[in-house]
Design a protein around this ligand. Structure first.
Ligand SMILES: Cc1cc2nc3c(=O)[nH]c(=O)nc-3n(C[C@H](O)[C@H](O)[C@H](O)COP(=O)(O)OP(=O)(O)OC[C@H]3O[C@@H](n4cnc5c(N)ncnc54)[C@H](O)[C@@H]3O)c2cc1C
Length: 352
């Protein structure tokens, strides 16, 4: 038998060596820092001077909107709150030419400026996608052009600015009895932001995601050119930009396809405890002809006893009814469906 220490070391050898190596290597950077401090200082000076050169050259641009170099911390935050890359400037564009001349200018200075550019919609990304480290963030909601314009007719559409919120588009198009075909669940997102991803909700099984429901885009390219693109015109750019995470150009205008807005909607939620039955039903519904107008499935962690805040046809406070949905804290699955109808069809909706 050895001492308690040697027996501890034998049993925890890997742990001991890990701790030892961590302690050992943690001493080294002190020496290395002596060298790197100098280069860090030089880099800091260079960065500082590059950054003031950049500020100076950006300030010289003639714009309808303006640049901000102060109080721009918000542009280093997003919904994910994990990544915080600080820009050196935020552009508040008032016109498309503000965006185009800024990008042209940065392109012309070349890579020496180290300026990157990111469009920012409503900043609801999770991983810093709309941030630009030491670069220029373009605050898209301040671009109020073109003014939203609804075109009625056989193939109705609306022309909107890339910085427009979907909720505003809904309000405007409803005035004409129309609405976009494909949505996201949450509507306080910008057109440019969701078209740079996909834009998915319960209509996607019927109409495709939002990027499938766009007739035309106006885009500022990486060289600062303003191009119109569609399936027929500059098709590569069109397909690159849709779902392109802002890497192929900046959407300044989008032509969104519309349809008659439903007058009434029957909304149903169905709960499942079995995943396989839930997916079987969902697949059945999305593949059958003329079933629902909206179908979405999601997972619920039923921590607080059932769905107390749900609007529902049963009373969650009624112990008998609520007990039917008791999942003992296990995961539940939900199919959410909607059927559109006209007021004169209300009587037959239950049957349908
Ligand atoms: C609460 C919440 C609910 C959500 N619900 C849904 C949902 O139901 N369905 C769904 O599909 N997604 C949903 N999302 C995800 C959302 O669609 C994306 O995060 C989307 O990018 C957010 O839009 P935004 O306007 O905030 O864009 P930002 O986060 O500002 O930008 C997103 C990306 O698009 C780029 N970009 C922004 N504007 C432009 C432009 N004009 N031209 C080119 N590139 C641009 C940015 O550089 C960045 O890469 C949700 C997110 C949150 C936080």
């Amino acid at each position: 038998m050895g001492s308690p220490l040697s027996s501890f070391l034998r049993q925890n050898k890997p742990l001991f060596f890990r701790i030892f190596f961590i302690l050992f290597f943690s001493c080294i950077p002190d020496t290395a820092n002596l060298c790197s401090n100098l280069s860090l200082a030089t880099t800091a000076v260079q960065t500082h001077s590059a950054s003031s050169d950049n500020h100076f050259s950006l300030k010289k641009l003639t714009l309808d909107g303006h640049f901000s170099f102060e109080n721009i911390h918000y542009a280093a935050k997003d919904f994910g709150n994990t990544y915080h890359f600080h820009p050196s400037a935020v552009l508040y564009p008032k016109s498309i030419s503000d965006i185009s001349s800024t990008i042209k200018h940065i392109f012309n200075i070349g890579t020496a400026s180290q300026l990157t550019v990111a469009a920012r919609g409503h900043g609801h990304s999770l991983q810093g996608q709309a941030q630009a480290h030491q670069g220029v963030v373009i605050n898209m909601p301040s671009l109020q052009k073109p003014v939203m314009k609804v075109h009625t007719g056989e193939l109705p559409y609306v022309d909107v600015s890339g910085g427009e919120l979907w909720i505003n588009i809904l309000h405007e198009t409803l005035k004409h009895g129309l609405a976009p075909k494909s949505w996201t669940d949450y509507l306080h997102l910008t057109v440019g932001g969701t078209l740079s991803n996909a834009g998915i909700s319960g209509q996607a099984f019927l109409h495709g995601p939002q990027i499938n429901n766009v007739y035309q885009l106006e885009v500022v390219t990486g060289k600062g050119d303003v191009l119109t693109c569609s399936e027929q015109q500059n098709a590569d750019l069109f397909h690159g930009v849709l779902g392109g995470l802002g890497q192929f150009g900046i959407i300044t205008r989008a032509r969104i396809s519309l349809e008659p807005a439903p007058k009434m909607v029957r909304w149903i939620r169905v709960l499942y405890s079995e995943f396989s039955i839930f997916t079987k039903d969902q697949e059945h519904l999305i593949s059958s002809e003329s079933s629902f107008d909206y179908i979405e499935g999601f997972v619920i962690i039923n921590r607080t006893g059932l769905l107390n805040n749900w609007r529902s046809s049963f009373n969650p406070r009624d112990p008998l009814q609520a007990s039917k949905f008791n999942s003992d804290g296990k995961v539940l699955y939900c199919l959410e469906m909607a059927k559109h109808f006209n007021p004169d069809e209300a009587g037959i909706m239950d049957k349908v």
